[in-house]
Write a protein that binds this ligand. Structure first.
Ligand code: F6P
Length: 551
């Protein structure tokens, strides 16, 4: 396998980039009044304006050629068709099957997986209906008021992000809590706030071996038994979501209270599976179906729309242009909607765990830059924190501005202010402000000439900083489903062009292995394992601290 950088289209893009040089977006807009209407795409209730990227029609044509030559059509067909494209783990990649409607057929090793998916969906529907209606009772006969999801990574970020986004659809009187951190503070706070008689714990772990999740789950279990006075209470207060029935039952949860999924669902792609149980409990099964339908609609768009009109493909290729040809090391996600405040964190795992790779599928070096650092916060808060760097820093960071059009009537004024800021930021980053404009402004304000001269360099904005603006018609289950699937496929397309396996995560293993050894050494009197001097000194400092505080 050759590196993408050895590809002739890649080299043509590199030459084209040199030719474009620092050509300013202002000049591109001035020369081409139709640019904004041409560089837009729309599907599944999402509208994308990508005209504020440093590209021309020639750039786009080359990028689409790059995708075609990378075999995007074949790889897409292989993924949707259930081929084992996660080669290093020997697994199919079928999160798209999770959102197929009942009756569709997707086979893996001759077995129709959609039938299995629908069967679990039905069990979840019954269970969630029982909890939401109050028919499911705690050990003392009271209905459930609080649900605590214990999980981490993909078993936390997706459900948490979606539950935050879809709060207006929440069942009144049923509170959701999420515990991921093992430091103890998080579960401690939650346990102090809930009642053992009316709390349901979901232990969510694909593998059911994750140290953080099992540590928190054991704490919760002991807490419940301590309060209920009997192990029998576990059956009314604990359910598991996992692919590992044996470990679930070893932990002490009856597999009758387990909702399964399959090895062909990656953790970071799993919110559509039983891992979405907290979402179902919060918004109900029918609305969860709408979330799946939104994602399915995006799947169909991705599979069938020509590349030139294909939202995930366009966003993926613009990302590659920014990362590999304009040398952008990061990608900002700036939602202008408070309910999307966990989206950047969710996309961090989706993108960085998927494409944070240095070798291609055949093990050879990838030879170009891959996953950017994904970061961000709700944009309006970011404007008062990190946007200074975006406007005037030495590095540029492409941004996805994400806005929502529909809003409650009583919040119309707030919505207008937020929307105005989003659009203005994209405009400001693109157009910048020249020295002449700055000088004229300061002179008009009556500043002395020496002050004007001193301040000009500080007040100039270079502009030419690219962004996408993505507008959702409304933040409802369907719209959210489509938005998440858009980013999933964007990640997939980038992985295909780079030639990496977007579906394994070997990079998380070493830290886990070493943590087990360090844990042993923290508990001992001296190190049983060899460590470098820095690590050994930190371990010793911990032991001294623990001795001083008497444990
Ligand atoms: O350590 C990374 C990871 O394996 C993620 O890929 C995964 O989402 C997370 O841990 C949690 O894994 P599990 O669901 O098996 O507990």
């Amino acid at each position: 396998m050759t590196s993408p950088a050895q590809d002739t289209t890649w080299q043509a893009l590199a030459a084209h980039r040199t030719e474009l040089g620092e050509r300013h977006l202002n000049a591109l807009f001035a020369a081409d009044p139709a640019r904004a209407t041409r560089m837009q795409a729309e599907a599944c209730g999402l509208f994308l304006d990508y005209s504020k990227n440093r590209v021309t029609d020639d750039t786009l044509a080359l990028l689409f050629r790059l995708a075609r030559e990378a075999g995007l059509a074949e790889r897409t067909a292989a993924m949707f068709g259930g081929e084992r494209i996660n080669a290093t783990e020997g697994r199919a990649v079928l999160h798209t099957a999770l959102r197929q409607p009942a009756g569709a057929v997707v086979t893996v090793d001759g077995r129709d997986v959609v039938a299995d998916v629908v069967a679990v969906r039905e069990r979840i529907r019954h269970f969630s209906d029982a909890v939401r209606s109050g028919a499911w009772r705690g050990h003392s006969g009271k209905p459930i008021t609080d649900v605590v999801n214990i999980g981490i990574g993909g078993s936390d970020l997706g459900p948490l992000m979606a539950c935050e986004a879809l709060k207006p659809y929440a069942q009144p009187g049923l509170r959701l809590h999420f515990v991921s951190n093992v430091d103890g503070v998080q579960i401690d706070d939650v346990l102090k706030a809930v009642d053992a008689e009316t709390t349901l714990f979901i232990v969510a772990s694909k593998t059911f071996t994750t140290q953080e999740t099992l540590t928190n789950a054991h704490t919760a279990r002991a807490w419940l038994i301590g309060r209920a006075g009997s192990e029998a209470a576990v059956a009314r207060h604990f359910v598991a979501v996992s692919t590992n029935a044996e470990a679930v039952s070893r932990f002490g949860i009856d597999t009758a209270n387990m909702f399964g999924f399959w090895d062909w669902v990656g953790g970071r792609y799993s919110l559509w599976s039983a891992i979405g149980l907290p979402i179902v409990l919060q918004i109900g099964a029918a609305r969860f179906d709408a979330l799946l339908a939104g994602a399915h609609a995006m799947d169909e768009h991705f599979r069938s729309a020509p590349l030139e009109h294909n939202l995930p493909v366009i966003m993926a290729l613009l990302g590659i242009w920014n990362i590999d040809f304009l040398d952008a090391p990061t990608q900002v996600i700036a939602p202008y909607h408070q309910r999307l405040h966990r989206l950047p964190a969710y996309l961090q795992q989706l993108d960085m765990e998927s494409n944070g790779k240095s070798v291609k599928l055949d093990g050879s070096p990838v030879g170009c830059q891959t996953s950017p650092v994904i970061w961000g916060e709700p944009g309006i808060n970011g404007q008062h924190a990190y946007f200074q760097m975006l406007h005037q820093g030495t590095r540029f960071a492409p941004i996805d501005f994400i806005g929502v059009l529909e809003h409650p009537a009583h919040l119309a004024h707030h919505h207008r202010v937020a929307f105005a800021n989003m659009v203005a930021q994209a405009e400001a980053l693109m157009r910048g402000k020249s020295a002449a404009e700055v000088e004229a402004e300061m002179r008009a304000a009556g500043l002395a000439e020496d002050r004007v001269r001193a301040l000009v360099p500080h007040r100039v904005f270079p502009g030419n900083r690219p962004s996408n603006t993505l507008l959702l018609e409304r933040l409802d289950p369907f719209g959210l489903g489509a938005l998440i699937a858009l980013y999933e496929h964007r990640t997939f397309v980038q992985g295909v062009v780079w030639g990496v396996n977007s579906f394994d995560q070997w990079g998380v293993e070493l830290g886990k292995q070493l943590a087990a050894r360090v844990l042993d050494d923290l508990a001992g009197e001296a190190d049983a394992n060899p460590h470098d001097a820095s690590t050994a000194a930190l371990i010793e400092r911990y032991r001294r601290g623990a001795r001083a505080s008497g444990h």
